[in-house]
Write a protein that binds this ligand. Structure first.
Ligand code: SF4
Length: 274
């Protein structure tokens, strides 16, 4: 039996350079892997996809979300260390027994800024039969990203607002690429969990919530919708980094607001977790 992977070849898909499985470890070690800039990882994550998961947080993000919990991931090269996909996979291998029913999630930052690394890592995960998920803003789409998606079992996608001007105010980027991204997921029949960060005064307008829900409901690849209530737990990082945190005086999303939003989303048949 042979197994295939092709890192560092921008002209081809991740498959297939062939290895004899008996010498797979040696062959993999001998490859010149592209390094990924990594912010951190978590061995037993439970919030980023189904089951217990190894979660890798990549460095670099093109968005500037006002409520970002990880502004230290924004700048490529800052606060990061470099690993090859093979080295990162060695970390995953250590906990493989625990994540067998969960899998591996690559989050960020924005993973699609480093598609070759993610592709290489997911190819290794697939060889070991591990479930793969990518957590993205959907801002970046190109041929490499499409290749990554071919190795992904589940996409976790934030659609942070449905009104373009509000989306831009929240993230500093346009909404349209994210809507095109979810169109592409529908086209390739890729399962997606959509998340919505509920921020009082920013993303809780009732008409907008109806509009958001109506929009998302038209995609049958959407298998789950999570409402993420805003809280102030990310504030300290902004302060520590000397950054201007504009949401300083915004209250956390109350249980009543979350309940109201759930009721609206349910009217459109969105698959909220039970
Ligand atoms: S997309 Fe995520 S990592 Fe990037 S700024 Fe927004 S919340 Fe932060």
């Amino acid at each position: 039996m042979t197994t295939s992977i092709r890192p560092n070849d921008s002209t081809a898909s991740a498959f297939p350079v062939t290895f004899d499985k008996l010498s797979l470890t040696d062959s993999i070690s001998a490859i010149e892997w592209e390094k990924g800039m990594i912010h951190s990882f978590e061995s037993f994550g439970t919030k980023d996809g189904p089951g217990v998961r190894f979660v890798l947080f990549m460095q670099g993000c093109p968005l500037r979300c006002l409520y970002c919990h990880n502004p230290d991931t924004w700048k490529v090269g800052q606060h990061s260390y470099e690993l090859t996909a093979h080295e990162a996979f060695e970390e995953i291998r250590k906990v493989k027994a625990f994540i067998r029913r969960g899998g591996v999630t690559v989050s960020g930052g924005e993973p699609m800024l480093q598609p070759q690394f993610v592709m290489d890592l997911f190819a290794l995960c697939k060889m070991e039969g591990l479930h793969t998920a990518v957590d993205t803003s959907g801002f970046i789409m190109n041929d490499k990203v499409k290749e990554v998606l071919s190795l992904v079992d589940l996409v976790l996608l934030d659609i942070k607002h449905i009104r373009p001007e509000r989306y831009k105010m929240l993230t500093s980027r346009p909404l349209e690429p994210t809507l095109q991204f979810v169109d592409y997921l529908q086209k390739i029949d890729k399962s997606v969990w959509v998340r919505y960060v509920l921020v009082p005064g920013y993303s809780d307008d009732e008409r907008d919530l109806h509009h958001w829900a109506e929009y998302v409901a038209k995609y049958d690849v959407v298998k789950r919708v999570d409402i993420l209530p805003f809280h102030q737990m990310g504030k300290h990082k902004w302060k520590t980094m000397g950054m201007n945190y504009k949401l300083e005086n915004v209250p956390p999303a109350s249980p009543e607001l979350v309940g109201r939003t759930e009721r609206i989303f349910k009217q459109y048949g969105l698959p909220l977790p039970v």
